[in-house]
Design a protein around this ligand. Sequence first.
Ligand SMILES: Cc1cc2nc3c(=O)[nH]c(=O)nc-3n(C[C@H](O)[C@H](O)[C@H](O)COP(=O)(O)O)c2cc1C
Length: 270
Amino acid sequence: MTRSIRAMYFSPTGTTQKIITGIAGTISKHFAQETHTIDFTLPEERMKPISFSRDDIVIIGVPVYAGRVPNVLLKYLTSIMGNDALAIAVVLYGNRNYDDALIELRDILNNNGFKVIAGGAFIGEHSFSKTLAQNRPDEKDMNIVEDFANQIINKMRTSNELQTVNVKGNQPYRNYYKPINKEGIPVDIRKVTPKTNDRCLDCKLCVTVCPMGSIDPEDVTKLKGICIKCGACIKKCPSEAKYYDDQDYLRHKQELELEFSSRNEPELFL
Ligand SMILES: Cc1cc2nc3c(=O)[nH]c(=O)nc-3n(C[C@H](O)[C@H](O)[C@H](O)COP(=O)(O)O)c2cc1C
């Protein structure tokens, strides 16, 4: 059967996009098919209803937030209709841990009528940091991406009946991971918002990259919606004008940089 290849991702700082595009590229080349891309990073895309058919193979990726699938995406993800399409579930995490995010994504897709035939947990530069898992996914990761895609192609060619893949994770899922303060008490960084310094040129790029559509175009120093700490406005600002100064956030970022500096490698499930 000739299948249409669909690449889908939410990727505020681009690491998920890189892995999904890499997997889809190798699969597309093998089947001499074009990849159709659905980038659901921005809110407008998540307003569109979406459904697939048994002729599709959907490679779908999200970053790990607090050890889980980002909760702001649940409404959209659970609305996607699989209609027996094949799926490959991928999560990107910032070298701490992916905890139960991959199993949660696999289950969401299963419940939506997809058959999830492979899963992968890859590592991307941490959204909070410029040093933790710096510049990942790198060349070594991209070689693993190619191997992974080739193993998927092989599985599709050789299996008579494709089974749902087993992936690592707990059921029931653990609670959302919470950072702690210096007294060891869990802190809630959900209310933390970015500040703007005087290097801001008012180019409004931050307005266009915010996945929540939360930065006020009339005054980019103001928010008109929630901040999910995705890092897009900070990492993409050409004049480094956006930053966080919340003490709990900064302490958590530093702790992650110190505690999780040794390199994790991607984990593949087929
Ligand atoms: C709110 C938030 C929570 C995160 N939680 C985790 C986590 O639990 N474990 C981890 O290793 N990385 C975590 N990260 C880091 C991202 O998963 C990682 O940097 C990912 O590569 C970002 O994907 P993107 O480049 O597609 O935006 C978190 C990032 C954010 C913004």
